[in-house]
Design a binder for this molecule. Sequence first.
Ligand code: GDP
Ligand code: MG
Length: 163
Amino acid sequence: ATPVMAIVGRPNVGKSTLFNKIVGERIAIVEDRPGITRDRIFAASEWSGNSFRIIDTGGLDFGEDDEIAGRIRAQVELAIDEANVIVFLVDGLTGLTSADEEIADHLRRSHKPVIVAVNKADHPGRLSHAYEFYQLGFGEALSISAEHGLGIGDLLDEIVNHF
Ligand code: GDP
Ligand code: MG
């Protein structure tokens, strides 16, 4: 079966932007308002001879308990189950949040390989928060800018290492 990579993270960290950048098309909806990607979006992609499928998940929100939040959570669960490797996307401009820590706990329980990518590193050296994500316990994080296409090749190299 074709390997699967899932992008997971709290709302507004840039999951859909990263998805579109990797796929090379605007499939996912990028929104300033958090939580716009309600359902999983799939696409096929390829990197250095490795074909894989990529899933953009809606934002994980463990704080709310309404029906939509529950549905999104269920979709994210499914995506995590199907994934061979998970890209845990965090926001280097806002730094580590309690929601990131909750997601990290959750991902740890999945026992899947997790790569932490610190997004919004638009200007090298300007990410004062990059190091605190080491606390999440998934090893060294990769700094990227999904919007400007920085660090994406290194991230893809790391992803296909897990297939
Ligand atoms: P999602 O909710 O995690 O899917 O996040 P989106 O992809 O919808 O992006 C949320 C916001 O972050 C949008 O305003 C994006 O333009 C912005 N964004 C995404 N990637 C970057 C980046 O690399 N740098 C900056 N500065 N903003 C970004
Ligand atoms: Mg989105």
